[in-house]
Write a protein that binds this ligand. Structure first.
Ligand code: EPZ
Length: 416
């Protein structure tokens, strides 16, 4: 398996551009199933999760090809409403296909999804939402069968603002008879991006980005063209890389409003940020410990918890990080301990006692964002580090080592 070799203690400098957002692209690809025709998505990164979604859509009958940074998706001949189990296990985001397949065929069959090892990832909120608009869901020992003779508008009140469940509900409700109101909806920018794509397809949806979304169902949707929003998590990861290495970098192609809590936190930690309209400059300063609680948007993003925790291992003083969104998102902590970090975990809370410096070590990426955290730690550590299982990192960061090399990092990818 491929690994990264990193020589630490290099101050990053220069410009780095972020790609289109993985977590916007995946639901948008699923949404194309609601139309028969050729949709075009621009600004699409080359990531394992996106290739996997392409494979699933192709298995369902779509014809997809990539032209530079765009995906051309022809969903005229979708002829299956069953998602193959082996692909479901590979990637949790396959669950986004439920809403569109229910919308297109009024039935869908899939096994429980897989995904990163960041805690049990139930889909009860997805199923409850679809039942509220007419789906009858049956659990057939590990498989789910959902059928809806009629999809009719209804009231969906989420116990928790689940991103995926909000997106599935929007996609199915878009072609239901009547109006659906989704309350306690997820407010992530990726939800708003899905609304704008669905409306380009002819849907009538308002309110995405707030906690209440209104969907007036229409008879059918048409193929459409859309450029995906920038990846706020990739942007936040690079900003953190600038801070942890006390460098001076500019992250280009961002929408700062998608990152304001992360920006505030980086300033509190001691980095200096100049926020422009489409780019953010960060200069590392003396890092000091802070307290962080991850929350659904617009709170501090759970996807930046691991990279930020890595940075706090060498901040002055003690930091407390509480992960309220996922149950088991501290898998980077043991690996950081091998690099000399001093961290204690009690349930969903990690207490980090800053140390002057980390030392390079051989570590393994346990999941996508934990892997990114280990790369950042290695960039700042004394000596050489090896990061194994980089396939986790490739799920969400396109050629991370190339982008980091572009701003001065000493990092190479090694094949076995
Ligand atoms: C999306 O996952 C993102 N993935 C995640 O990014 C992100 O961390 C997460 O939203 C939160 O922002 C994509 O968009 C592809 P949730 P999703 O449903 O939709 C529980 C990354 O690193 N829950 O908001 O799966 C769930 O277990 C990935 O890029 C239920 O209990 O997140 C979790 O604890 C990781 N029942 C919490 O809600 C449900 O039916 C948040 O999940 C659904 C979710």
């Amino acid at each position: 398996m491929e690994k990264f070799i990193v020589a630490g203690e290099v101050q990053l400098s220069g410009h780095v551009k972020v790609n289109g957002a993985k977590n916007a692209t995946l639901p948008l690809m699923a949404a194309t199933l609601l139309s028969t025709g050729v949709s075009v998505l621009h600004n699409i990164p080359q990531l394992r999760d996106i290739t996997m979604m392409q494979d699933i859509l192709t298995l369902l009958g779509a014809k997809i090809y990539r032209e530079n940074g765009s995906l051309i998706i022809d969903t005229t001949n979708i002829n299956k409403e069953e998602i193959p189990e082996h692909l479901m296990r590979e990637m949790r985001a396959s669950v986004f296909l439920m809403g569109p397949l229910l919308g297109r065929f009024r039935r869908v069959r899939l096994s429980f999804p897989g995904g990163c090892a960041i805690g049990p990832r139930p889909i009860n909120l997805h199923l409850k939402a679809l039942e509220k608009i007419g789906a009858v869901v049956k659990d057939r020992s590990g498989f789910i069968d959902a059928e809806a003779v009629h999809l009719t508008g209804g009231e969906i009140n989420f116990d928790f603002p689940s991103v995926g469940a909000t997106e599935n509900a929007m996609m199915a409700a878009a072609v239901a008879d009547g109006t659906t109101i989704i309350r306690n909806a997820a407010r992530e920018p990726e939800v708003a991006d899905l609304q704008s794509f669905l409306n380009k397809m002819g849907a009538q949806i308002t309110g995405a980005g707030t906690d209440t979304i209104r969907v007036d169902g229409v008879a059918r949707l048409a193929a459409a063209e859309h450029a995906v929003i920038p990846d706020r998590i990739e942007a936040g990861t690079f900003l953190t890389a600038g801070a942890i290495t006390r460098g001076d970098i500019v992250v280009d192609g961002v929408i700062p409003e998608h990152l304001f809590t992360a920006i505030d936190k980086l300033q509190e930690i001691g980095a200096r940020l100049d926020v422009g309209s489409g780019s953010i400059r960060i200069r590392g300063g003396e890092l000091r410990g802070v307290d962080i609680k991850t929350l659904p948007f617009p709170g501090f993003p759970t996807d930046l918890q691991a990279p930020t925790l890595a940075m706090l291992t060498i901040a002055k003083g003690t930091s407390i990080i509480t992960e309220t969104v996922f149950e088991n998102r501290f898998k980077h902590i043991d690996e950081l301990g091998r690099m000399g970090a001093k961290i204690k975990v009690e349930g969903r809370t990690a207490v980090i006692r800053g140390v002057p410096k980390l030392s390079g070590a051989i570590v393994a990426a346990p999941d996508l964002r934990a892997g990114a955290a280990l790369v950042l730690a290695a960039l700042a550590a004394e000596g050489i580090s090896e990061i194994e299982q980089v396939y986790h990192i490739d799920r969400g960061y396109e050629m991370l080592e190339k982008k980091l090399q572009g701003i001065g990092a000493k990092i190479v990818r090694r094949s076995p």
